[in-house]
Design a binder for this molecule. Structure first.
Ligand code: NAD
Length: 319
């Protein structure tokens, strides 16, 4: 990023970055001529006080870009989500105010996919439990299961879902996919069985992996009713968004053995705050990580480069 196209023609633009991002992003924007203001970690709630004077806002998943914030953002022209999900941004309100919204959905795919398989194997082989036992001086060997030969149900056959399907083949898994879009062609290319309904997928899968965006249609997409359709002892992996899964229903199903294990990178409240959430994450058959799907150096670098390039182009075309 060091040719003349990487410099903005009008250097009076201010960018507010509300959450930790790769240094590459701040440096590239500064070199391009932006005035960059970065909030300290966990201070994203200060965004409301600072947004009035900025032309671009860069957020990750914690900053709530709601009507209140947007009302104050008098000069704001563009919001960049340094990542994928736009569920923390009131996109329709932003668009109605003429504010463009961009993200970098292609950047973290491999990181999310690798974490998905890490969680899957950890759940099937009881890795966390075994490791804690050894650290506590024990040497017991819990019986696990292989991915090989199991049926993986992929809910949401988008960028991440499709890559999960590709990798699962190397593990010898059979793959079933469901999406609201017509994915027959994509399924054929990847050698995946496409099912027409979610219940069909739930009934036939040993492991169910969620890869849909969070919106009003997918809120609690997997609830008590859907869990009741799953095979006894099924395993659920969620690296999408916490509220796609009704976690209270999941807790019940883990307690009564209907679901044998769950591996979650995302929760309904991040960090967890409800009593039932603490109960859930403490279960020995639950693996939980603090929303680290995109948290790799490589993904963050890709995000930085994509967002910087998009912002520079946008402001140059606006002049
Ligand atoms: P994508 O938009 O490429 O794919 C999502 C797919 O879900 C699409 O094919 C869409 O048609 C499908 N879909 C939407 N509603 C559906 C429904 N009701 N039932 C079935 N399918 C439905 O998104 P992606 O880039 O593959 O990301 C998938 C998820 O992963 C998103 O929730 C994203 O926010 C999340 N994500 C999480 C992390 C993390 O840090 N854990 C990182 C990146 C992405």
């Amino acid at each position: 990023m060091n040719n003349s196209l990487d410099v903005i023609r009008n250097n009076s633009y201010k960018v507010l970055i509300t959450e930790p991002v790769s240094l590459t992003l701040t440096e590239t924007l500064e070199k391009a001529g932006f005035k960059v203001i970065c909030l300290k970690e966990d201070m994203c709630n200060q965004a409301n006080d600072l947004v009035e004077d900025v032309h671009a806002l860069i957020v990750r998943s914690k900053t709530r870009v709601d009507k209140n914030l947007l009302k104050k953002a008098k000069k704001l022209r563009i919001i960049a989500r340094a990542g994928v999900g736009l569920d923390n941004i009131d996109v329709s309100e932003a668009l109605s105010r003429g504010i463009k919204v961009i993200n970098a959905p292609e950047a973290p795919i491999s990181s999310v996919v690798e974490l998905t398989f890490c969680l899957m194997v950890m759940a099937l082989r009881k890795v966390l439990h075994s490791s804690l036992e050894v650290k506590n001086g024990l040497w017991t060997k819990p019986m696990g299961s292989e991915l090989n030969g199991k049926t993986l149900g992929i809910v949401g056959f988008g960028r991440v879902g499709r890559r999960v399907a590709t990798v699962s083949k190397a593990f010898g898994m059979n793959v079933v996919a469901y999406d609201v879009r017509d994915i027959k062609r994509e399924g054929k290319i990847l050698g995946v069985k496409v099912v027409k309904t979610l219940p069909e997928l739930l009934k036939s899968s040993d492991v169910i992996s969620l890869h849909v965006p969070l919106n009003s249609e997918t809120y609690h997409l997997i609830g008590e009713n859907e869990i009741s359709l799953m095979k006894d002892g099924a395993i659920i992996v969620n690296t999408s968004r916490g509220a796609v899964l009704d976690t209270r229903a999941l807790l019940k199903a883990l307690e009564n053995g209907k679901i044998s294990a769950a591996a979650l990178d995302v929760l309904e409240n991040e960090p967890p705050k409800e009593t039932w959430e603490f109960k859930l994450i403490k279960l020995s058959n639950v693996i939980v990580t603090p929303h680290i799907g995109s948290q790799t150096k490589e993904a963050q670098e890709r995000i930085a480069r994509i967002i910087a390039r998009k912002l520079i182009r946008y402001f140059n075309s606006e002049v």
